[in-house]
Write a protein that binds this ligand. Sequence first.
Ligand code: SF4
Length: 349
Amino acid sequence: MSASILRHDWTLDEVRALFALPFNDLIFRAQSVHREHFDPNRVQVSTLLSIKTGACPEDCKYCPQSGHYDTGLDKQKLMEVEKVLQAAAEAKSIGSSRFCMGAAWKHPSDKDFPYVLKMVEGVKALGLETCMTLGRLSQEQAQALARAGLDYYNHNLDTSPEFYGNIITTRTYAERLQTLAYVRDAGMKICSGGILGMGESLDDRAGLLIQLANLPEHPESVPINMLVKVQGTPLADAEDVDPFDFIRTLAVARIMMPKSHVRLSAGREQMNEQMQALAFLAGANSIFYGERLLTTGNPQAERDMKLFQRLGIQPEERHEHDDEVHQAAIEQALIEQRESRLFYNAAAV
Ligand code: SF4
């Protein structure tokens, strides 16, 4: 199907037309594109650990970690390397193939950066894919992270350039694009997406996807988040997103970025099983599994696995370990469900 050619020249009119398709036509098209590039019954599974929580100098209006808002969040300094590695080992044992580490910083400081590099090296040595989100990076920091073995860097664009100023004033859109360019130049993969439900228009959703798809290379991972409304943040009382509009956005992302993993990300706890199944049908093929997103809830691992089983979905494996024995071990671990108290639950305040 010609719709799945990799394109970097999407126009607003074209994307509006995708959003305007009848729902069934849009989902069919997205699922058709999806099947050209992915096993439709595999979903990539990541675990996310907050390695430094709260007191962030940025003012992202959706974020309970911003130091600008009083959300009662339990702040935590940078975790010790050893504890991070313990958590990574635990994540691997319950079936995650990627370990994502997030720090609430404007950018990594010279003091903290060497520890961050040690975390990357250690997690990589465990045989996991590594991902970090640390805020803005300099070119040198991006290169050092790549040398340490960082596979992915997460830096979300959040929304369209036009709407962005309503949500964040302490960091520019251009700075975000610059960080993404440094990450790409350093040879790392990009994880970048946005959030729905912040009061943005349909054109803003289209504008976000156009920014992502029209990058010189599509981000390998595209998280589409549903706003999690946290009391104390300026968006605590934002209007709900129509669930079908959320699914439409996933489907349009799948069509525009056919080879990217589209991640059903924050806000999944608010979705019932039927909506999650619809999200997978629309082309979402990545989730955070079994633990908490940075500071908001995530459905419990057992529920996730039961849903996978009911839908006949299996976790996607890293290629390096793509042998039947390892796959069986992972699936067994997922079924057995080990409770993972090692993970820091930033939402437990
Ligand atoms: S989203 Fe990230 S940069 Fe923005 S306030 Fe939260 S932790 Fe800081």
